[in-house]
Design a protein around this ligand. Structure first.
Ligand code: ADP
Ligand code: MG
Length: 376
């Protein structure tokens, strides 16, 4: 047996420091768009109650959904960021892993929320550029005691193929797993970044590669998953190393791709387009019903983001919806998906490689907490 070896002590402390964390589930309703302003459609199908409840018209009834927070059509990018992005970036800077998923039908506001129209416009930009900005604010406000290494990658999953968006060479990238790195994409470009501007430039480069490919393959962007990864590593003065990994995910449109009238290779293609998204639904269903087997390996998306669903990640699911009566059915499906995800519990811990000194500090801290608990 290991007895009370330092390794065992470390393992015990690490496990004592890990704690359950629910997935945070949020919905955002966009405003009605011009094309929805026809009389028959402009009737809104939703009523908002407080800041976390929404009622959806279902036949003659109204069905209510309660999530962690519901943003109505008047909410600003900044308000959404304060609730969705800011706490996640704080976690990542504290050494946790974090993932934000945007889920919803095509046209419901996923890209608007995650990117915004223009990533350089500080008023209207979305969660991804704001996250980049917050990370570099933290770096700049540090007095120089911490040595930061910030790396980013950007990839797309389309028809179960991974595409590196920072390297236009079409490579057939594979997902691998190893004890030190966890689950990762082999050969994916990782760029070290030292400023907000550099990262925004990279972001627009990735977007360009994505949109060029998408006009060629007609509108793939609504059918592919975009994953932007930022890894922040901090070397602290006591020689400890804190590491937080952030996945920002703009998922493919959740509307059902109709299979009617599609045959042969076209049918296989259509099935593949939606495979990762239906696998995501299955994983969430399995986790929320506490099934023994969780089918992570059924798709590239669920395999790559396995740790974000039930593992060592603080995860936020943001679902986006149209308020129009025309999309009521999709809105209903989206909110049902959100409700299921709320039941998932992850188990998170700080990723820290400690020096002996910092372990002694942690033990001291725990002693103090125990003593003060005894006094109460
Ligand atoms: P998705 O990425 O889900 O397909 P988009 O983000 O592209 O949808 O949004 C579709 C359209 O709706 C775009 O023209 C976008 O500018 C607009 N839109 C989406 N959300 C909002 C919002 N919260 N406020 C204003 N316009 C929005
Ligand atoms: Mg989009």
């Amino acid at each position: 047996s290991l007895g009370s070896s330092p390794e065992r002590t470390k393992a015990c402390i690490a496990s004592a420091l890990s704690k359950p964390s629910n997935i945070k589930v949020i919905a955002r309703f966009r405003p009605l768009l011009d094309f929805e302003y026809r009389l028959s459609e402009s009737r809104e199908s939703v009523t908002f109650q407080g800041d976390n409840q929404v009622g959806i018209v279902k036949g003659k009834e109204i069905e209510y959904y309660t999530l962690d927070r519901i943003f109505d059509p008047d909410s600003s990018q900044e308000e959404v960021y304060e609730f969705v992005g800011k706490p996640t970036i704080e976690d990542v800077l504290n050494g946790y892993n974090g993932t934000i998923f945007a889920y919803g039908q095509t046209g419901s506001g996923k890209t608007h929320t995650m990117m915004g129209l223009n990533i350089y416009d500080t008023d209207t930009r979305g969660v991804i550029p704001r996250s980049v900005s917050q990370i570099f604010e933290a770096v700049e406000s540090d007095g120089g005691d911490i040595e930061y290494t910030i790396k980013c990658s950007m990839l797309e999953i389309y028809k179960e193929t991974l595409k590196d968006l920072l390297d236009p060479q079409p490579l057939n990238l594979k997902i691998k797993q190893c004890p030190s790195k966890g689950i990762y994409v082999q050969g994916l470009t990782e760029v070290s970044i030292t400023s907000e501007d550099d990262m925004l430039e990279l972001l627009s480069l990735g977007e360009q590669i994505r949109s060029v490919a998408s006009t060629r393959l007609n509108k793939t962007s609504s059918r592919s998953h975009l994953i932007f990864i930022i890894e922040v590593c901090q070397k602290l003065p006591n020689d400890s190393e804190k590491r937080g990994k952030l996945n920002l995910v703009d998922l493919a449109g959740s509307e059902k791709v109709s299979l009617s009238g599609v045959t042969g290779t076209k049918l296989e293609e259509t099935k593949k387009i939606n495979l990762s998204l239906s696998a995501l639904g299955n994983v969430i269903h399995a986790l929320s019903s506490k099934a023994d087997h969780i089918p992570y390996r059924d798709s590239k998306l669920t395999r790559l983001l396995q740790e974000s669903l039930g593992g060592n990640y603080k995860t936020t699911l943001l679902v986006t919806c149209s308020p129009s009566i025309r999309f009521m059915e999709e809105t209903y499906n989206t909110l049902s998906f959100a409700i299921r995800a709320k039941a998932i519990k992850n188990k998170v811990k700080i990723n820290i490689k400690n020096s002996i000194d910092s372990y002694l500090q942690i033990i001291e801290q725990m002693k103090l907490e125990l003593d003060s608990a005894k006094l109460e």
